[in-house]
Design a protein around this ligand. Structure first.
Ligand code: FCB
Length: 408
């Protein structure tokens, strides 16, 4: 029997664009159509209309927290034009969570941008920082009475990797130069937002909020022990995992470290150049390696190792995303169990962890991969929009309700 602390936060996450539907002012919406993406987000999960039903379900599943994001392009569909009706919508969403006894964890930027901002160069333009801070100020002023946990930016390095290094996501650049500029702007945006949030709470004499980002951590392992792979692992850990945390800690702009963890990458650098050292990988086809439906390795040990290596920062941690897409719900439950065990083990080694948020509450729109990856605790029928909690959700509910992971 494995026990978690009484005040542990348990829940699941969503992001606005992936569940709400009809985010027509977003850069992703424009891009889906322009390039003729096979599956467009469309109505997504109709969560914009059905959020009460979804949160009630989360409550029934024992959750005491929920991570969501605000869609910037809804709130500010044209530069400087903040829509009161949309601000009011997100206030209702947060109040609905509070009413159900779910702690809201609110993300301000989860990959998508207003289309007007993208037309101005998006995060390549240093003005993006000021625009983001103006939006942050508006949202935080509106929601601060009800929100304790803020996440400024979701996975800056994943965003940079797909949008500015691999060039798969909008604006489809392949440039280390632009990647670095965007990185610097996102760091500035985080630090600025951190300060604004704290200032607003202090002015209103609200309790101190806890502000972080959601940092994707990946376990990196060399495919063999060559010097090149050792260097590549070192560089990837620095560049993708730890640099940003070190930077933000130095700026005193992290109250906790939000962690998203999914998988491990087998590093196989073919050449001595930056692209190879940072990007080349190998498929792990070892017999017995379990994978999700997108082919990502399932590797709970990696989470444990990363949690222990974060101890040196002396800042509390929170798992803000951890999950699996699969058609096999037994595998989902096994995934959750194995990761919870590792989290508990790390806590036993004095790693301070505040909560566990599963990705995702619902099956949803998995970006350029469309609707087929099934990450949800709750299954969605995209023809009728009916929701049905999976068995794994019910097993997870027992843990959320009791704080105990029973032996199986
Ligand atoms: C993370 C994203 C989230 C979702 C999961 C599967 O990188 O934050 O939106 O796509 O992966």
């Amino acid at each position: 029997m494995i026990k978690f602390p009484q005040n542990f936060l348990w829940g699941a996450a969503t992001s606005a664009y992936q569940v709400e539907g009809n985010n027509i002012h977003s850069d992703w919406w424009e891009w889906e159509r322009r390039i003729g993406l096979k599956e467009v987000s469309g109505e997504a999960c109709r969560h914009y209309q059905l959020y009460k039903q979804d949160f009630t379900q989360a409550k029934e599943l024992g959750h005491n927290a929920h991570r969501l994001s605000i869609e910037w392009s809804r709130v500010e569909p044209r530069e400087g034009d903040f829509l009161d009706t949309e601000m009011e919508h997100y206030l209702d969403v947060v109040l609905c969570l509070k009413g159900l006894g779910l702690e809201p964890i609110v993300t301000l930027h989860h990959f998508t941008n207003p289309w007007w901002l993208a037309k101005l160069g998006g995060w390549q333009n240093k003005e993006a920082v000021a625009y983001f801070l103006r939006y942050t100020e508006k949202i935080v002023a509106r929601l601060c009475e009800h929100v304790r946990f803020w996440v400024t930016i979701n996975e800056p390095l994943v965003y940079i990797y797909f949008s500015y290094i691999l060039g798969d996501w909008p604006p489809q650049k392949k440039s280390f130069f632009w990647a670095k500029i965007v990185f610097d702007n996102l760091v500035k945006a985080h630090v600025g937002a951190y300060r604004i949030i704290h200032r607003i709470y202090a002015e209103k004499k609200n309790n101190r909020p806890l502000v972080s980002l959601a940092q994707n951590l990946q376990a990196f392992a060399g495919w063999n022990n060559s010097l090149r792979n050792k260097c590549a692992v070192y560089l990837r850990n620095a560049f993708f995992n730890f640099n940003i945390i070190e930077k933000l800690k130095r700026s005193k702009a992290l109250d906790f470290i939000g962690i998203n963890y999914y998988t491990r990458m087998l590093v196989d650098a073919k050449k001595w150049n930056l692209r190879s050292l940072l990007l080349d990988k190998k498929e792990d086809d070892a017999p017995g390696m379990k994978k999700n439906s997108l082919g990502w390795d399932i590797y709970p040990q990696g989470l444990y190792d990363l949690l222990l290596s974060l101890k040196r920062f002396k800042i509390p941690l929170m798992i803000l995303e951890n999950g699996i897409c699969t058609e096999n719900d037994n595998l989902r439950w096994d995934f959750i169990r194995q990761h919870l065990k590792k989290i508990n083990l790390a806590m036993g080694k004095d790693v301070n962890i505040l909560g566990y948020i599963y990705w995702s509450l619902l099956d949803n729109y998995e970006w350029d991969k469309g609707f087929s990856p099934r990450f949800g605790l709750i299954e969605l029928d995209y023809k009728t929009y009916a929701r049905r909690p999976r068995e794994s959700a019910k097993k997870f509910a027992e843990v959320c309700k009791t704080g105990v992971l029973a032996d199986e």
